[in-house]
Design a protein around this ligand. Structure first.
Ligand SMILES: NC(=O)c1ccc[n+]([C@@H]2O[C@H](COP(=O)([O-])OP(=O)(O)OC[C@H]3O[C@@H](n4cnc5c(N)ncnc54)[C@H](O)[C@@H]3O)[C@@H](O)[C@H]2O)c1
Length: 252
């Protein structure tokens, strides 16, 4: 576990799933945490859980597809805690599956607006604040679906491939500044998005687990552990990397 005492971490989509697990883990490591989500109720619950575990957190509501929300989110981090060191740009949405020609344009647009433009907007406002510190790190949520295709998910897959390109480019833009930018490519983790696919059906979950050579899906904390490692000094020479944490899913 890294020691992030005195430092500040912002997590988007922290009301649920991997984002919540990351917020809790950042707090365990000693960081003060800005919990952000479009959903106030679930975000407030994450803040409660961080505080119950002895950590320090505030909630900042933001729809990351809206520039004004994102700017206000970053500014509230700096106003409340005085600095920003780490950001995990994690918020994402599931999509109904349709072959490309049948994908409703508004679903495609929404996927790109949240999961690609949203990551761009987050970095746009986070980077100047993180650069005020000597060193810092950003991790962007891509996916196994950022490396390979996935039938019926053109908007999701295109966004996640895009996140990797965005990450590599931003990493190079700021390579010499002490800010390291990387991405993470999770396999399936047990979260809200996955419950939407399975409808809570154990057989369907077992089928999805079977696609992963490791023979199971992940606990969200297993993904969050990799996010924290990428932010830590142990990863001081890791830059522009899309780290696969997928139980072997994309290895087949
Ligand atoms: N769970 C998986 O198997 C898996 C696999 C690969 C990648 N991912 C990626 O990991 C990230 C987190 O996914 P998860 O599975 O924890 O999902 P989740 O549904 O549990 O959590 C996503 C959170 O994002 C929030 N959110 C949605 N739209 C938002 C918006 N416009 N602005 C701000 N917040 C918004 C939701 O309210 C929710 O709290 C996503 O980017 C997802 O694509 C997940």
């Amino acid at each position: 576990m890294p020691d992030f005492g005195g430092r500040v971490a912002l997590v988007t989509g922290a009301g649920s799933g991997i984002g919540r697990a990351a917020a809790l883990l950042f707090a365990e490591s000693g960081a003060r945490v800005v919990v952000s989500d479009i959903d106030e109720t679930s975000g407030a619950e994450t803040v409660e859980r961080v505080r119950a575990a002895g950590g320090e957190a505030i909630f900042a509501r933001a729809d990351i597809s809206q520039a004004a929300d994102v700017e206000a989110m970053v500014e509230s981090a700096v106003r409340e805690f005085g600095r920003l060191d780490f950001a995990y740009n994690n918020a994402g949405i599931g999509n109904d599956a349709h072959p490309l020609a049948e994908m409703p344009e508004e679903l495609f647009d929404r996927a790109v607006a949240v999961m690609l433009k949203g990551v761009y907007l987050c970095m746009k406002y986070e980077i100047p604040r993180i650069l005020e510190q000597e060193r810092g790190a950003i991790v962007n949520a891509a996916s196994g679906a950022g490396l390979i295709g996935f039938p019926g998910q053109c908007g999701y897959v295109a966004s996640k491939h895009g996140v990797i390109g965005l990450t590599k480019t931003a990493a190079l833009d700021y390579a010499k500044t002490g800010l390291r930018i990387n991405a993470i490519c999770p396999g399936t983790a047990r979260t809200g998005i996955v419950e939407e696919w399975t409808g809570g059906d154990a057989e369907r979950e077992a089928e999805i687990a079977g696609y992963h050579p490791i023979g199971r899906i992940a606990d969200p904390r297993e993904i969050a552990e990799a996010v924290l490692w990428l932010c830590s000094d142990a990863a001081s020479f890791v830059l522009g990397h899309a780290m696969v944490v997928d139980g072997g899913y994309t290895t087949q």
